[in-house]
Design a protein around this ligand. Structure first.
Ligand SMILES: C[S@@+](CC[C@H](N)C(=O)[O-])C[C@H]1O[C@@H](n2cnc3c(N)ncnc32)[C@H](O)[C@@H]1O
Length: 508
């Protein structure tokens, strides 16, 4: 640790902790050595503070952590440690709670939330990071004394020693053996809520895949994705994406989308000039694929006016606009939330003048009535549970509830109806969700189709295959001849993308 960092370690009276001790001039308190308040590690403290903020303010960890690291001057290895500790603990919280419940004498929901978060942080250091057991326990006990108080420190010490007595594999075997059923076992080991685990298992089955893949899917959700960039066609050549960036920035081609490049070295994507000026952006490869597929879907007649019905924050709108520019088409981007509509405008800044007809703020459910039959291609990237992007937001799986589904599926159905009214006869609508949940994907589409006789389902798989990197062989699941054989469902554990769903529909 640098001298600068040591200088920041001051006790509440402004005294520097640790420095006096390292000079051998430590003031001895009247407390026994084991009770003496220890210095606390700033990286662990930062991770703890993030967990508390996420718990008490419903904050997103990935918005809380970076400014907190900056504010406290944490960088390099300390910042990396704090990040892995905070995000890893949030992701694997369900697994650790199942293990901790075996080491704590009372139910976990009777512990103070602050103490439970300290225990989770200790469990992640012991079982999920390569922190030596003695350091994991003693540093976490010190954190407990500093942030929560001396009272629970002894209990934290005893519980963490019990957790550290066995390796992770043994704990997981025990969870599997003792779980009341297979879904609970998967949920505990894979650290997902039981209802989410069940829904993902059903979604795999619904897509014709083996439910035995569920554990791999949960594992993939527990693995932070690499940063994927989109080179917006006509605005920047994908092979020139890193031009003007430092020598330490390296990208490699995406697996599926010709527009995709994966950041394999270098840090902040915003350091790339093409990203800074909007010719490129950060975008999951699955999002790129479904957008490219909508633009490529076969269409007879006019192809001049495209609509993005739910555009905020604008990743797909920017790709659509770049594609529209090359085809002399114009794009209207609609978004309900004014602040997200502003983000859409910002995301479209590199698109040539005249291509974006309008960024409008409004309820997409009304657009079909306001502008019937006015568009040739429409994207409905519907608001959804986001169960397909759990790997991006460490805490999100614990926030969603099954009750969210009822509200969302009604909205999704209404937006799809509106889109089908807004497209001209012969035009194409893409229904997209970043969730594989059957209630949000196939069931929404089937329900809308049952109520209308002017819509046919198109072969979305063929449209996706048409836009792939030349030579790429994509496994889109078995062709069962039904809707599952036409729709596309991508998976993190199979494709390395978010679990995006795509249905393509033609009106008339
Ligand atoms: C999944 S996000 C779209 C992501 C976007 N296509 C992208 O790639 O950046 C769904 C968006 O729909 C918006 N939304 C929610 N209800 C809406 C409504 N009734 N009409 C239009 N947009 C709505 C949300 O505010 C959110 O920005």
């Amino acid at each position: 640790m640098s001298e600068d960092r040591r200088d920041e370690r001051r006790n509440p009276r402004g005294r520097q902790r640790g420095a006096a001790r390292s000079r051998g001039q430590g003031h001895r308190s009247a407390q026994a050595p084991s009770e003496r308040r220890r210095r606390t590690d700033p990286a662990r403290t930062a991770a703890y503070d993030v967990l508390r903020e996420v718990d008490t303010s419903d904050a997103y960890a990935n918005l809380v952590l970076p400014p907190l690291l900056r504010e406290r001057g944490l960088s390099g290895r300390d910042a990396g440690f704090a990040t892995e500790l905070a995000y890893g603990t949030l992701r694997l919280r369900g697994r650790y709670d199942a293990i901790l419940a075996r080491c704590v004498s009372r139910p976990l929901d009777r512990l103070d939330p602050e103490v439970l978060d300290v225990l989770r942080l200790g469990a992640h250091q012991l079982l999920g990071m390569r922190v030596p057991a003695h350091a994991a326990v003693s540093e976490t006990v010190a954190l407990c004394r500093d942030r929560v108080g001396a009272g629970p420190a002894q209990m934290v010490n005893a519980v963490l020693r019990a957790v550290g007595r066995r390796p992770l594999d043994e704990w997981l075997d025990e969870l599997r053996a003792d779980a009341p059923d297979a879904v609970t076992a998967l949920a505990q080991v894979g650290s997902h809520p039981v209802w989410v685990t069940r829904a993902l298992r059903e979604a795999l089955h619904g897509a014709g895949r083996d439910v035995g893949e569920t554990a791999d899917l949960l594992d993939a959700d527990n693995t932070p994705p690499r940063v994927t960039l989109v080179a917006r066609p006509g605005l920047v050549d994908a092979d020139a994406l890193t031009d003007g960036a430092g020598d330490d920035v390296h990208v490699e081609a995406g697996r599926w989308a010709p527009t995709a490049r994966v950041l394999v070295a270098g840090t902040d994507p915003a350091d790339l000039p093409a990203v800074a000026d909007g010719r490129a952006g950060v975008q999951d490869e699955g999002s790129q694929l479904v957008t490219l597929a909508l633009a490529a879907a076969p269409l007879d007649g006019r192809d001049a006016r495209w609509l993005d019905l739910c555009a905020g924050p604008g990743g797909k709108a920017a790709l659509l606009a770049a594609l529209a520019a090359r085809r002399d088409a114009r794009l209207v981007a609609n978004e309900l939330q004014p602040h997200r509509a502003r983000l859409v405008r910002q995301g479209l800044r590199a698109v040539p003048d005249g291509v974006v007809e309008q960024v409008r703020t409004g309820d997409g459910r009304e657009l079909g009535t306001e502008e019937p039959g006015a568009y040739d291609r429409v994207l409905v990237d519907a608001p959804c549970t986001g169960l397909g992007a759990l790997r991006r937001r460490p805490e999100s799986r614990w926030r969603r509830t099954p009750a969210d589904l009822g509200v969302l599926t009604r909205l999704q159905g209404e937006l799809l109806h509106s889109a089908l009214d807004a497209v001209r006869p012969g035009g194409v609508v893409a229904y997209v969700t970043c969730s594989p949940h059957l209630a949000e994907t196939r069931l929404v589409v089937d329900d809308v189709l049952r109520r209308r006789d002017d819509v046919t389902r198109l072969d979305a798989r063929a449209a996706v295959r048409d836009v792939l990197v030349p030579g790429a062989q994509i496994d889109l699941g078995p062709d069962d001849g039904g809707a599952g054989g036409l729709d596309v469902q991508l998976w993190p554990h199979v494709h390395g993308t978010d679990a995006m769903h795509l249905t393509l529909l033609r009106r008339g």
